[in-house]
Design a protein around this ligand. Structure first.
Ligand code: HT7
Ligand code: ZN
Length: 844
C-alpha cells in the first residue's frame, strides 16, 4: 500500500472556480453530473490533471463541451487538459444502497446521506479531493423523497427536486447531501448583527420528540461562539440531520451537519445524563467547526489537529461554561488517560501532527483530537487569556477562507505575542507522553522544585528533545491554607529548578494544577501527603488527583503486596463523600474507581506484568470494603441524591444522579439489590433506570430487570445499544466473552450498524479482565467479528483494532494469543487498507 508523507506536499496545479452538481437519485444507480470550472495556475509546480475517483462508473467526460478520453487509473483518472480555463463535465453512476462502508453517498434506513471527510467525496464523483482545493458549490437534487438537503442556502425547489447554493468556498470533504422522508424540529436564531437564521433538526418519523434538547444546545453554542470568540454564523439556514448508520459521532458539513442519531436524539426516558452532556458537547463541537475547520480549514490531512484539537478545546471550554469547570476538567483527564495515554505509550504512538499515513481515517485518534486540545490548553496557559484571544482574532482575520498549517497557527501566536514558538512546536511533532520527575528541597526559607523531563522512544522517533511544559503550581501550609496561589512555571530545559522565597516552613506543593500539561508526573511522595492534599487542596482538580493517586496506590499495594485497603485513604474518602457542602458531581468522581486498564499500564510502567484478574479482584475487594465502611451513611446519602420535580438534564440534577449511581452500587453490595430493584421499578428517567439495571446485573440479580428492560425498549435502537453493552460490561470476567458471543447471535445484532457493533465489541474490549481472560476467548471473538466487519465497513473495523494495542503490557501467554489473532486478521484475504495498516502498526 502507498504511504503518504507530509514532506511530499505539493499544491494542486489548478484553481476550482465553481462546482455544479446534479444528483438523480436512485438506490442502486444514482447518476451524478458535475460541471467544474478549472483555472490552471500560473507557475504551478505541476500541471498534471489528476482527479480522485473510487467505485465510480464513468458514463461520460467532456472538456468545454467536447467529449474527452481519460485514463482511468487506480484511485482516479488522468486527462490532458488545456492550459487556459476550462469547463470539465462528467457523468458517473454510483450505488448508494450497496455502500456499506458508509463513506461517500450511502443509504441508511431508506434515507440517502453522505460522509465525505476525509476522502469520501471521490466516491461521489471525480474531483481533486483534497482539503486545499476550495470552491463554491451549486447542487441540484432530483428524487421522490420529501426532503432534499445540501449545503448552503436553498435557492429553488419543486415537486421532486431542490437546488442549493453554498456561497462559501469549501473543500469537498465538507460537501453533504441528505434525502429522505424526514420530519423537522424547527427553530430560529438571530445573530448578534441581527441576521435571522432558520434552524432545523431533521429526523425519521417517530424521533421528533427527541430534538428539543439538541436544538437548545445549538442555540447556546451559537450564542457562546459570538460572546467568547466573536464568531457569527454565516448562512440563512443551519440544518442538522440524525442518521442511524454512521461511522463516527457527527460531521460538520457546511450548513448541513450530519449526526449519528446517538449524538443528537435525546429524551429523559431514553437518554442518560451522560448522553445529554455528550450531545450538548458534540452539537457545540460541530457548530464551532463552522469557523475552526470550515471557514479556516486544513491544507492537508497531516494538519488535522489544526481544526480538531482547536475545536475540541473550544467545545471543552463551552461545556465548562455551561456546567462545572472542575468537573469537566476531571472528566477530560480521565478520558485522556484512558484513551490517549495508551495510544501514546504503545505501538500506535504518533505525534498530534503525524508525518506519514497509509489511510487517513486511521488518524482520527485521541492523539489528534484530545492531545491536540491539550496542546491548545498549554498555549493558552503560557500566553495568558488576553493574548490567547488576541492570537485567535488574528487567526480568524488573517486566514479566513484559507487552508492552513500548524505553522500558520503558531505564527499568529508569535505575531500576536512576540513569543518564539519554535520549541513549543515540538508538541506537534514529537510523539509520546513526557514523564516529569519532581524533587524538592527546603533551605533557609526557600523552597525549590526541580523537574526533569524525559520521553521514551516511540515508533520511528528515538530521540526526544525537551519541550516547553507549563507547570501550574500552588503551595499550601500545614493547615491547608494556600500560601502561594497558582503560578505557572515555564519549563523549557531537560532539567530545571524553580524557587519560592520567603517561606516560614516547608510547604506542601500542589503540582500540575488543573492538569496543566499532558504529562506523567512522578514524585516520591507519601500517602500522608496525598491524603492531606485530598482533604485540603484548593485546586479542585488536584484535590481529585490526590484521591485518584491514593485510589490507585491502595489497589496496587493490594495487587502486588497482598495488602488490605489503605485505612487512612478509606477514612479520608468516607469523610469527603459524607461532606454535603461538596458538589455531588465532584463526590461522584472521587468515588469513581480508577480504570483497570490504567492500573495495568501503571504496573507495566513500574516494570511489573499486570494480571487482569488480580486487578479486577483488588478493585472488587476495595469496593466491598468501602461499602461496609460506609454502610451507616449509605441510606442517608442515597436519600440525599433524590432530585425533586420533573427530570431536567442540567448539571445540578445530573451531579446528584451521578452520585446516586455510585451510592446505589455500594448499597447493592449490602442489601442484595433491594434498593436497586425498587429504583429500577420506579425510575421515571433513563439515568436512574440504567444505573439500577447496572447494579442488578453486576450483583447477578438482573435477569428479570433485563428482560423487562428489553420488553420496554426493544423498539428503540439507541436504548437497545445500552442493553447490549450493559450485559457485557456488568458481567463477571469469565462470563464476558461468552455473553458477548451469545449477543452476536441475537436477532437485533447486526454488523451493518456501527453503533450496535460498538455496543457489543466495545463493551467486550472495555471489560479489562473479561477481554483479557487467559482462555483467549475475548481476543478470538473480537478478531472473528473484525474480520467479518472488514468486508463491509473497513473504517469502523480499523478503529476497533486499537483494542489490541496494549498487548506489550501483558504476559507472554496473552501476548502470543493477541499476536496470533492479529496475524489471523492480517492474513485475511482481501483485507482492507484501513485494517491492514492498523494491524501492521500494532504488531510492529
Ligand atoms: N470532522 C469529523 C471527523 C470525521 C468523521 C465523522 C463521521 C464519519 C466519518 C468521519 N471521518 C472523519 C467529525 C468531527 O471531528 O467533528
Ligand atoms: Zn471535529
Amino acid at each position: 500500500p502507498q504511504t503518504f508523507y507530509l514532506k511530499d506536499y505539493t499544491p494542486f496545479g489548478f484553481d476550482v472556480e465553481s462546482v455544479e452538481l446534479t444528483f438523480k437519485l436512485a438506490p442502486t444507480a444514482t447518476r451524478v453530473l458535475s460541471r467544474i470550472r478549472f483555472i490552471p495556475q500560473e507557475n504551478a509546480a505541476s500541471s498534471d490533471f489528476f482527479l480522485h475517483g473510487e467505485e465510480l462508473e464513468l458514463i461520460s467526460a467532456a472538456i468545454d463541451g467536447t467529449p474527452v478520453q481519460v485514463e482511468e487509473v487506480d484511485g482516479g483518472l488522468n486527462c490532458a487538459v488545456p492550459s487556459t480555463p476550462f469547463l470539465w463535465e462528467a457523468e458517473v453512476e454510483i450505488n448508494p444502497k450497496g455502500n456499506t462502508a458508509l463513506e461517500g453517498l450511502y443509504m441508511s434506513n431508506g434515507m440517502y446521506c453522505t460522509q465525505c471527510e476525509a476522502e469520501g467525496f471521490r466516491k461521489i464523483t471525480y474531483y481533486p479531493d483534497r482539503p486545499d482545493v476550495m470552491s463554491t458549490f451549486k447542487v441540484r437534487i432530483e428524487g421522490p423523497e420529501k426532503v432534499l438537503l445540501s449545503n448552503g442556502n436553498p435557492t429553488a425547489s419543486g415537486e421532486g427536486w431542490a437546488e442549493w447554493h453554498d456561497p462559501w468556498p469549501k473543500p469537498a470533504y465538507l460537501f453533504a447531501l441528505v434525502a429522505g422522508d424526514l420530519i423537522n424540529h424547527p427553530d430560529h436564531f438571530t445573530t448578534k448583527s441581527g441576521k435571522d437564521v432558520d434552524l432545523n433538526i431533521w429526523v425519521r418519523p417517530g424521533d421528533e420528540g427527541k430534538c428539543a434538547f439538541g436544538m437548545e444546545a445549538l442555540k447556546k453554542s451559537m450564542t457562546w461562539d459570538e460572546e467568547v470568540y466573536g464568531r457569527e454564523y454565516d448562512l440563512d439556514i443551519f440544518n442538522i440531520v440524525a442518521v442511524d448508520d454512521f461511522n463516527m459521532g457527527a460531521m460538520e458539513n457546511k450548513g448541513l451537519n450530519v449526526f449519528n442519531s446517538s449524538c443528537v436524539l435525546a429524551s429523559p426516558e431514553t437518554s442518560t445524563d451522560a448522553n445529554f452532556e455528550r450531545i450538548e458537547a458534540i452539537i457545540a463541537h460541530e457548530y464551532f467547526h463552522n469557523w475552526t475547520g470550515n471557514r479556516i480549514t486544513c491544507r492537508d490531512w497531516f494538519q488535522l489537529c489544526l481544526k480538531e484539537g482547536l475545536t475540541v478545546y473550544r467545545d471543552a471550554q463551552f461545556t465548562a461554561d455551561m456546567r462545572s469547570e472542575p468537573v469537566k476538567r476531571i472528566e477530560d483527564v480521565i478520558a485522556l488517560r484512558a484513551r490517549q495515554f495508551p495510544e501514546d505509550q504503545g505501538p500506535l504512538s504518533h505525534p498530534p501532527r503525524p508525518e506519514e499515513f497509509q489511510e487517513i481515517n486511521n488518524f482520527y485518534t485521541a492523539t489528534v483530537y484530545e492531545k491536540g486540545a491539550e496542546v491548545i490548553g498549554m498555549l493558552k496557559r503560557l500566553v495568558g487569556d488576553a493574548d490567547y484571544y488576541k492570537a485567535l482574532d488574528l487567526y480568524f482575520d488573517r486566514h479566513d477562507g484559507q487552508a492552513c498549517t500548524i505553522e500558520d497557527w503558531l505564527s499568529v501566536f508569535e505575531d500576536a505575542t512576540g513569543r518564539d514558538m519554535a520549541q513549543f512546536k515540538r508538541w506537534y511533532s514529537q510523539a509520546g507522553t513526557p514523564k516529569l520527575k519532581v524533587s524538592d528541597n527546603f533551605d533557609a526559607g526557600t523552597y525549590t522544585l526541580t523537574f526533569e523531563q524525559s520521553t521514551a522512544p516511540t515508533p520511528g522517533q528515538d530521540i526526544k528533545d525537551p519541550r516547553v511544559i507549563p507547570i501550574a503550581v500552588g503551595l499550601l501550609n500545614d493547615k491547608g491554607d494556600e500560601i502561594q496561589p497558582t503560578r505557572v512555571l515555564e519549563m523549557t530545559q531537560a532539567t530545571q529548578s524553580f524557587a519560592f522565597d520567603g517561606l516560614a516552613a516547608k510547604p506542601v506543593p500542589s503540582i500540575l494544577r488543573e492538569f496543566s500539561a499532558p504529562v506523567i508526573l512522578e514524585r516520591d511522595t507519601t500517602n500522608t501527603e496525598r491524603t492531606f492534599l485530598f482533604a485540603h487542596d484548593t485546586d479542585p482538580f488536584n484535590r481529585w488527583e490526590a484521591g485518584n493517586a491514593l485510589a490507585k496506590e491502595t489497589r496496587l499495594a493490594m495487587i502486588t503486596a497482598g495488602e488490605a485497603p489503605d485505612s487512612a485513604y478509606l477514612d479520608a474518602l468516607i469523610k469527603l463523600v459524607r461532606d454535603d457542602t461538596l458538589d455531588p458531581a465532584f463526590r461522584a468522581l472521587v468515588l469513581q474507581a480508577p480504570g483497570q486498564s490504567d492500573l495495568a499500564q501503571t504496573l507495566h510502567a513500574r516494570g511489573q506484568v499486570p494480571d487482569p484478574q488480580k486487578i479486577y479482584d483488588a478493585s472488587e475487594t476495595f469496593t466491598q470494603t468501602l461499602a461496609q465502611a460506609l454502610s451507616d451513611s449509605l441510606p442517608r446519602l442515597y436519600a440525599a441524591t433524590t432530585v425533586d420535580g420533573p427530570y431536567s438534564p442540567d448539571a445540578e440534577g445530573a451531579g446528584k444522579r451521578a452520585l446516586n449511581a455510585r451510592i446505589l452500587s455500594l448499597l447493592t453490595r449490602l442489601d442484595a439489590g433491594e434498593q436497586a430493584q425498587r429504583q429500577f421499578e420506579t425510575a421515571d428517567n433513563m439515568t436512574l433506570q440504567y444505573a439500577a439495571l447496572a447494579c442488578l446485573l453486576k450483583a447477578d440479580k438482573g435477569a428479570d430487570a433485563s428482560a423487562s428492560f428489553f420488553d420496554q425498549w426493544q423498539e428503540d435502537r439507541l436504548v437497545m445499544d445500552k442493553w447490549f453493552a450493559l450485559q457485557i460490561s456488568c458481567a463477571e470476567p469469565e462470563a464476558a466473552a461468552r455473553i458477548a458471543k451469545e449477543l452476536t447471535t441475537h436477532p437485533l445484532f447486526t454488523l451493518k450498524n456501527p453503533n450496535r457493533f460498538r455496543a457489543v465489541m466495545g463493551a467486550l474490549s472495555g471489560h479489562h479482565a473479561g477481554f483479557h481472560q487467559i482462555s483467549g476467548a475475548g481476543y478470538t471473538l473480537l478478531a472473528d467479528n473484525l474480520i467479518a466487519l472488514d468486508a463491509l465497513n473497513p473504517q469502523t473495523t480499523a478503529r476497533m483494532c486499537a483494542a489490541f494495542q496494549s498487548w506489550p503490557r501483558y504476559d507472554t501467554a496473552r501476548q502470543e494469543l493477541i499476536k496470533g489473532e492479529l496475524q489471523r486478521i492480517a492474513t485475511t484475504k482481501g483485507l482492507s487498507r484501513d485494517t491492514n495498516e492498523m494491524v501492521t502498526r500494532i504488531l510492529n
